[in-house]
Ligand binder design. Structure first.
Ligand code: XMP
Length: 513
């Protein structure tokens, strides 16, 4: 936990995470706390300012989440956004009213009086609205600071200059002065120094790891070559060198060149004591004859735990297990989040720490993905590793539709490798969230030279996305498609046809299985 930043009290708005990101982008550390958490939870963070988020409820509903009354008395500045503003209005004795229609979309804001919060905001600037209820009477001691054509009280503040409410959403990019308003609140009103950056985080994280691992403790980590585990490895190596062993399980389900790149980076470049488990044959054996996607995933998950445990047991005196859990995974388990939060639960190798009786270290739990990438750069990881596309735990097995075999793996690995190299060569790899090939379980007729062929088909998939939860198919230039398709068919014997997947998520998923 990092003290002295901002606490966002989360009342369930779809934008709560976004508030935290914006605050951090300004250089101020920020964490979400459940909106109705006891004040002690908030106090633990020793915040310099509090932000009350929006939320889907109406403040008059019985079930509506409310803050601990001590929040409203806190001696730090408070900013209430939308539902958060309604809570302030009600809490200090004003009035909020429901309306039959929701206001959703842009509105022009007229500023009313001199307000530090609106300093530099031009009259008529565009703000983003998304609300049903509205403040209809100001609490005693408050003034109106902005209005719109249809909404008299679009912003309010009290005369002490510590309590602010805005009906619109400054965290959304459509609010053209949103960043300015948040800066005013954090840096001017609350006088916070914007000194949160990855270099500070790095020192704090290393100190934290050393404290948790005092007295000769030893730690292992499942290193996959993905960004998150790679960054954890670099941190642990710096924090407790000699007491850290990264374990790399070569499942045989990896992309072309993956093992070599992990070994070169971590063993050769960083000089880590990397333990590679050569388990490809074991995984293929365990998967023999299995075509059902869920069964494949379960078998791979179990096998991974088995091989990992075997590796960890071969090292004496292990006390800790490190994992690359990120902040969105942590936030998703706070109250007021919808069922969408559980979509990714199957993605982690759960249960390992309990089974192995180890203490868990999660040094990235406070970070968003883009922050993990910056931290990776700060720690000297190669750019290629830091900006690489996500890759699923079960690896190529879920990209071979039907049975996984050594031959199928080889076909897919070759086609996939050609595709990824192609995207890098054309300079479009970084425009794409994730790109890969999928091997289909069918043969189709073709002709090569004068010969009739009856060979396999690969589907190419490339998607754009912000967080993997939704995705759109990447509009690849047709000349690029033609070129890469020809390259795959010419270079991979056994593949005679290439198709391009034009499904979005939803209704599709990014992976095919
Ligand atoms: P889907 O296919 O659900 O994938 O749209 C969303 C994102 O999650 C990745 N993914 C996984 N990652 N273990 C992982 O570590 C898994 O079992 C797994 N399944 C999907 C997928 O590659 C995409 O980035």
């Amino acid at each position: 936990m990092i003290r002295g930043g901002v606490a966002v009290l989360d009342f369930g708005s779809q934008y709560s995470q976004l508030i935290a990101r914006r605050v951090r982008e300004i250089g101020v550390y920020c964490e979400l706390v459940a909106g109705n958490a006891p004040y002690e939870e908030v106090e633990k963070l020793d915040p310099r300012a509090l932000i009350l988020s929006g939320g889907p409820r109406s403040v008059y509903e019985e079930e509506a989440p409310r803050p601990d009354p001590r929040v409203l008395q806190a001696d730090v500045p408070l900013l209430g956004i939308c539902y958060g503003m309604h809570l302030l209005a009600l809490g200090y004795g004003g009035e909020v009213q429901g309306s039959d229609s929701r206001e959703y979309g842009p509105a022009r804001v007229r500023t009313e009086t001199d307000s530090l919060l609106f300093d530099g905001v031009s009259d008529g600037a565009r703000a983003w609205m998304s609300h049903g209820d509205r403040v209809t009477r100001l609490p005693e001691g408050f003034v109106r600071t902005a209005g719109t054509e249809s909404l008299p009280i679009a912003a309010m503040e009290d005369r002490s200059g510590l309590r602010f409410g805005v009906q619109f959403h400054p965290e959304v990019r459509h609010t053209e002065f949103g960043d300015l308003l948040l800066r005013n609140f954090l840096l001017e009103v609350s006088s916070i120094q914007p000194d949160w950056n990855m270099s500070r985080f790095r020192s704090a994280a290393i100190a934290g790891i050393r404290e948790r691992m005092s007295g000769g403790a030893k730690v292992v980590l499942g290193l996959s070559g993905g960004v998150d585990s790679s960054v954890v490895a670099a941190l642990l190596h710096e924090a407790v060198p000699g007491r850290f062993t990264p374990i790399f399980v070569d499942t045989g389900l990896l992309r072309r060149g993956e093992r070599e790149s992990v070994e070169t980076t971590f063993r050769d470049h960083f000089g880590m004591d990397l333990l590679t488990m050569d388990a490809g044959a074991e995984f293929v054996d365990a998967l023999r004859g299995v075509a059902d996607p869920e069964s494949k995933r379960k078998i791979i998950g179990r096998k991974f735990v088995e091989v990992f445990e075997r590796a960890a047991e071969s090292i004496e005196g292990i006390t800790h297990l490190a994992q690359g859990t990120l902040y969105p995974d942590v936030i998703e388990s706070t109250p007021f989040r919808g069922p969408s939060a559980t979509i990714k639960s199957h993605h982690n190798v759960g249960g390992l720490p309990e089974r192995m009786d180890l203490q868990l270290l999660e040094p990235l739990r406070e970070l968003f993905k883009d922050e993990v990438r910056s931290l990776g750069r700060e720690l000297g990881l190669p750019e290629e590793m830091v900006s690489r596309h996500p890759f699923p735990g079960p690896g190529l097995a879920v990209r071979i539709i039907g049975e996984v075999s050594a031959e199928n793996l080889e076909l897919l690995r070759s086609a996939d490798g050609i595709f990824l190299d192609f995207l890098k060569r054309k300079g479009i790899y970084d425009e794409i969230w994730q790109a890969f090939a999928v091997l289909l379980p069918i043969h189709t007729v073709g002709v090569m030279g004068d010969r009739r062929t009856y060979d396999r088909v690969v589907a190419l998939r490339a998607v754009t996305s912000v967080d993997g939860m939704t995705a759109d198919w990447y509009r690849m230039d047709p000349s690029h498609l033609a070129e890469v398709s020809a390259e795959i068919v010419n270079r991979v014997e056994g593949i005679s046809r290439v198709v391009y997947d034009v499904s979005s998520k939803p209704p599709g998923t990014i992976e095919w299985e």
